[in-house]
Design a protein around this ligand. Sequence first.
Ligand SMILES: NC(=O)c1ccc[n+]([C@@H]2O[C@H](COP(=O)([O-])OP(=O)(O)OC[C@H]3O[C@@H](n4cnc5c(N)ncnc54)[C@H](O)[C@@H]3O)[C@@H](O)[C@H]2O)c1
Length: 331
Amino acid sequence: MDVLVVGGCGYIGSHACKILSEKGYNVINLDNLSRGHREFAQWGTLYEGDLGNSDLLDQIFSRHKIEVVMHFAALAYVGESVTKPDIYYQNNVQKPLVLLDAMRKHKVEYFIFSSTCATYGELTPESIPVREDCAQNPVNPYGRSKYFFEQILLDYEKAYGLKSLFFRYFNAAGADPSGAIGEWHEPETHLIPLIFQATLGVVPELTVFGSDYVIPGGNGDGTAVRDYIHINDLVQAHILGIDYLRRINKTEAFNLGNGKGFSVLEMIQTGERITGMKVPYKLGPRRAGDPPVLVGAAEKARNLLGWKPEFPHIERIMETAWNWEKKFRKK
Ligand SMILES: NC(=O)c1ccc[n+]([C@@H]2O[C@H](COP(=O)([O-])OP(=O)(O)OC[C@H]3O[C@@H](n4cnc5c(N)ncnc54)[C@H](O)[C@@H]3O)[C@@H](O)[C@H]2O)c1
């Protein structure tokens, strides 16, 4: 089966291309390399171009018998989205509409969308771990761009019959155990790579944003709590999603997380255990829009998709990230 992976040269998309190829899918990768890396285009056929280019999309859909589109391409920095909302709405809403038009024209019926826990916004203590039916109140343009696109997909199902899955990722983490690819964002804002980059001296030190959070339940150390999910487990859910769309033929939202929260300081301690080295860090102020806790309930994905994460333990997730970071920084 031909699968179009949009954003296949990025962190999550490249892992999807690798695993889909290994499972026998024919991968077509469309990426404009604005935030991705040519070095990650190791699986499938790469079309270098923009997802808002309708001529290019016409060519791709005419040449290949694409059954499913997995859409990973987006701008995804919360801070940048606050100062440049124009490019977020263009890239994350307007251009993907061109992609949906091309799909309609070429009668492609299944769409799998990278959504995010940022669509939930600030959670109340009663809503943790958050379920898919919790009210969505995103607090920044990035989260809103993803929320709006979910709404568009619901309208497209009603009007045009397009079936979509929205996967609301919690914190994607780790790397393929082969070490062939891993997390590579420039600039990097995610905690796990920054822990290891601080350990290796790639960045002078890590800043912990906020040490005065009040964590519901009362056991917190004052730093923000997040749910980390291994990248290959995310991809596995997408592959089960293909089967779900073909069998059940229904639009659905799924959280993808491990259902367990770890504070920033716990993550630093785990990093120190894994590396046997100190992580240089300093405490800084909270960042605007960062909620104290984001932990997701993913029973729906387990029950409806039969999804079972292979990396439920944070140590194992972080080890794969550490192996990648060591190898990558040696180059
Ligand atoms: N990384 C996370 O923890 C996380 C969490 C929640 C949701 N997400 C979502 O998952 C998706 C993938 O995230 P990632 O971390 O792999 O991001 P990434 O920046 O590593 O990858 C995105 C890829 O999309 C490409 N791209 C962007 N705009 C494009 C366009 N207009 N045309 C063609 N290609 C384009 C980029 O060049 C890049 O290769 C994003 O939609 C993001 O919002 C990620």
